[in-house]
Design a protein around this ligand. Structure first.
Ligand SMILES: [Ca+2]
Ligand SMILES: [Ca+2]
Ligand SMILES: [Zn+2]
Ligand SMILES: [Zn+2]
Length: 520
């Protein structure tokens, strides 16, 4: 014991001196190439390219608090523009958990875009890296929108690379809640979140994407690790049997329909089972007890698979139509938007993300069971860019069912977006039809749209909000268009105590087994 303390002191002093050396080096001062590639996961990729290098010391700070933020730096060459620089293991991206690092970067002139997801401002800086010299970059980001009362979550994340990196990139993109859903396995990111000092920024839950003979389904939280054997999964004959088995897992869990119209019919639950035009159920074993469905999946819902674009598309229109059709039949499945991100930086966690109603805004206090409860209540909105607050009368939140009490109902809609994200249109949907369309003027104000809308109807009606942009986001996000939507608020106008859908669900099919036995 006696020797430990002096040793520890010596180490602390040594590290402190090292740190001081970095701090005291002014801009452009010559530095020795002392970095140890074994310790830096990015440096090997830079050195392998054989280019001359310099050093970059960067910091990302939150403006008001001065806290170092997890974030991402996107590098583009000033010239030639089309040549993608390699600055580390994620090509032209550097990601940081600590918010301050020193990196080896190829010599050159760069545009650097510093971000922390769609809730924060975007910072653009021009830097010059000179051979053997140190360049400093200090970036200040500020929260651009107020999401208090909600936490952000992406409910479809594979992140098929080192789990430590999975935690870093999710934090760098500003997710509060990391939902691990890789194919048929369970991944637990919590040890990495702790080790990286990310607990104040993010919490995580263990889940999985389970592929069956009738589609892909995410579920979380999961503890039963029973899904790896394909033969077992595909021996489950019906969606009902599947739901029963998934729900054997201890506690409550969410079961989500992924990319309901996948290009491969086996991967999409609605393919061959839900009529594209009429939303009629065309499959005798169709099960409606799923909690939520992907109305937008950033990978499968691209207009053009070759040239990735994100946001509104003909596939999203079909998904909205399917979802509205189910809601009109009284099948109340929540709509969500996820990324399905497998690799980085080609696929970005958190673009889109969901906002779940929460008692706490502190990620370390978020209880996955509370997230599950909120999702079961459909108290969730989806966001590729804009953030929508939607409530009725005196603050009934998204997902609520309320009685009109013989009067009109007031819908409160508030749409916010960061300055680099456009909003062009806000629509109110009622029982699947467009009730109001509000064009929104170009602006970089925090609040783009705020209105109290009085509605009334002679029949029970569900309302939701859909927000889009025609205009692309600012560089480097020019392939993005805004897409955000809420879940419904259901209004019981005839005051019989519950919501009556306009097309009460009667799938109208005949059980084939009974039919074979000569049933009428
Ligand atoms: Ca269960
Ligand atoms: Ca009613
Ligand atoms: Zn899938
Ligand atoms: Zn997936």
């Amino acid at each position: 014991m006696k020797r430990v303390l002096p040793n520890l002191l010596l180490r602390v002093v040594f590290v402190a001196v090292l740190a001081l050396c970095w701090i005291l080096l002014p801009d452009g001062e010559v530095v020795s190439s002392s970095a140890n590639p074994a310790l830096d996961p990015d440096e090997r990729f830079v050195l392998e390219s054989g280019q001359a290098t310099g050093r970059l010391s960067f910091e990302i700070l939150e403006d008001k608090t001065g806290v170092h933020l997890p974030g991402r730096l996107f590098f583009a060459h000033k010239e030639p523009r089309d040549q993608v620089p390699i600055v580390g293991r994620f090509e032209n991206f550097l990601v940081t958990a600590s918010g301050r690092e020193v990196k080896t970067v190829p010599v050159g002139q760069y545009d650097v875009y510093i971000t922390r997801g769609t809730e924060y401002t975007l910072d653009h800086q021009e830097i010059s890296i000179k051979e053997g010299r140190l360049t400093h970059l200090t970036s200040t980001l500020s929260p651009a929108i107020d999401t208090s009362g909600f936490i952000s979550a992406d409910f479809h994340l594979h992140l098929q690379f080192a789990m430590r990196d999975g935690a870093i990139v999710s934090a760098a993109e500003g997710l509060d809640f990391l939902t691990a859903t890789d194919h048929n396995i369970l991944k637990d990111y919590s040890p990495y979140i702790s080790e990286l000092g990310l607990k104040r920024f993010m919490t995580s839950v263990v889940g999985s994407e389970i592929d069956t003979a009738f589609g892909h389904f995410n579920s979380f939280p999961l503890t039963d690790d029973r899904w790896q054997e394909r033969g077992y999964r595909h021996s489950i004959r019906t969606p009902r049997e599947f739901l029963r088995i998934v729900k054997e897992d201890p506690g409550d869990e969410i079961v989500q329909i992924n990319h309901p119209r996948f290009k491969n019919p086996k991967g999409g639950y609605f393919n061959l089972r839900l009529n594209r035009e009429t939303s009629q159920i065309e499959y005798p074993f169709f099960e409606t007890a799923f909690d939520q469905m992907e109305v937008y999946n950033a990978i499968t819902d691209r207009e053009d698979m070759e040239i990735p674009t994100y946001g509104p598309s003909s596939q999203v229109d079909q998904n909205l139509k399917d979802w509205f059709g189910l809601l009109n039949q009284g099948i109340a499945i929540a709509g969500v938007a996820n990324t399905d991100a497998h690799r980085y930086p080609g696929e970005l966690p958190g673009y889109p993300r969901n906002y779940v109603l929460s008692d706490t805004d502190k990620p370390w206090e978020v209880d996955p069971n509370q997230v599950v409860d909120a999702l079961k209540k459909k108290a969730v909105t989806a966001s590729l860019g804009p953030f929508i607050r939607f409530s009725a009368n005196d603050g009934k939140p998204v997902g609520s069912t309320l009685s009109s009490e013989g009067d009109s109902v007031t819908l409160h809609v508030n749409v916010q977006a960061a300055p680099w994200i456009p909003v062009d249109r806000v629509q109110i949907i009622a029982n699947g039809e467009v009730l109001h369309t509000f064009p929104v003027d170009a602006s970089s104000e925090r609040v783009r749209f705020r209105q109290a809308i009085r509605v009334q109807s002679g029949q029970d009606t569900w309302y939701l909000v859909l927000v889009t942009s025609e205009r692309p986001w600012k560089p480097p996000f020019t392939e993005f268009r805004s897409l955000a939507f809420t879940n419904p608020i259901w209004v019981d106008y005839d005051e019989n105590g519950y919501f009556d859908p306009i097309q009460p669900g009667d799938p109208g099919w005949v059980d084939p087994e009974e039919d074979q036995q000569g049933g009428s």
